[in-house]
Write a protein that binds this ligand. Sequence first.
Ligand SMILES: *[C@@H]1O[C@H](CO)[C@@H](O)[C@H](O)[C@H]1NC(C)=O
Ligand SMILES: *[C@@H]1O[C@H](CO)[C@@H](O)[C@H](O)[C@H]1NC(C)=O
Length: 404
Amino acid sequence: MAFQTNTGAWVLILSLGVVGSQNISARIGEPLVLTCKGAPRKPPQQLEWKLNTGRTEAWKILSPGENPWESVARVLPNGSLLLPAVGIQDEGTFRCKATNRHGKEFKSNYRLRVYQIPSKPKIVNSASELIAGIPNKVGTCLSEGGYPAGTLSWHLDGKALVPDGKGVSVREETRRHPDTGLFTIQSELTMTPVPGGPLNPTFSCSLSFSPSSPGQQALHAPPIQLSVWEPESLEEVRLVVDPEGGVVAPGGAVTLTCEVPAQHSPQIHWLKDGSPLAIAPSSVLLLPEITVQDQGIYSCVATDQSHRSRESPGVSISIIDSREIDQVEGSEGGPGLGLLALILIVLGGLVTAALLGGFLLWKRQRLLHKEERKVPECPEEEEERAELNQPEKEETAENNEGEP
Ligand SMILES: *[C@@H]1O[C@H](CO)[C@@H](O)[C@H](O)[C@H]1NC(C)=O
Ligand SMILES: *[C@@H]1O[C@H](CO)[C@@H](O)[C@H](O)[C@H]1NC(C)=O
């Protein structure tokens, strides 16, 4: 253990000695002090700062006491270099060469990287739900005001989503603020949920930085949870009726079965004429003894775990009443019964006609007998009777002719 620690320390010393450079990072807008190794704490000092940054054309030399760059960088009385407010243009190399009181020369070498912590990334324009089997825009992850830009990455239920150009694709955009130079980056995720996959996936997005910017840790957007709708899973809600057609005699039984693809075990509710029936969810509805009140249009509604509902087509349940049964049976009895009825009607008519004829004949006979007895009571009546009797005489004659 001790050996390893010692080795580590030697490696560090060697790397500083050989490369001679120390990587440092500073947050934009904050002050930074760089120490000039070996420099005496107070003047007189033999030291010189050289810097090559975004602000300098080539190496710029700064010495103690000179302050041409007061607002950007200046040498402090103890020999350190102060940058009052670090900016993006201060990225670069800083070197100091100093001679201590014993005449020994020291060199310091710094590589400066600056950073700015962006606003916490967030997922905007997120979908309200996803449809399985087709590409869906999940949302856009957005991070503003960072430096350097960093990288946005998506996760689904904790696992990294790698763009593969098929099920997962990402469109990235990076913009730079014209004044501050800070980055706005966004990443739009499009993905095709696999049918039968998770119904409530959680998407998260994080912003990470390269290891060469040690000042920054990954930032995570608040995750979003979406529901996946599988259209084909509930589109096939069917209602099967036994007996087929849904027409039953009073007191008969009807069984309605709601058929839903089995994979998601949805809850089944029932509707009658569009209103929910107050019964426990079940895929089978039994109407044991049908009454008139049971007639109507029935349908079933399947609701899956993501609270998506699908209704089956409606099915009509109706009762055949007893008169309908007679009519149906009569017509089914066919021509035999009809003919019988016709014969009965015709016979009935004939009998009635015969009886009526007989009655009239009998009445006429009686009238004639009466006349014979009454004659003559009154001459006027006699005349009337003569008139009335004229056609009767003919008839009587005819009748007499018919008689042998
Ligand atoms: C400093 O960073 C550079 C790249 O920016 C790298 O090559 C070098 O090894 C780093 N030095 C140290 C001491 O970490
Ligand atoms: C030099 O002075 C500055 C400001 O007073 C201080 O921050 C820094 O630590 C000092 N450097 C050394 C090497 O003492």
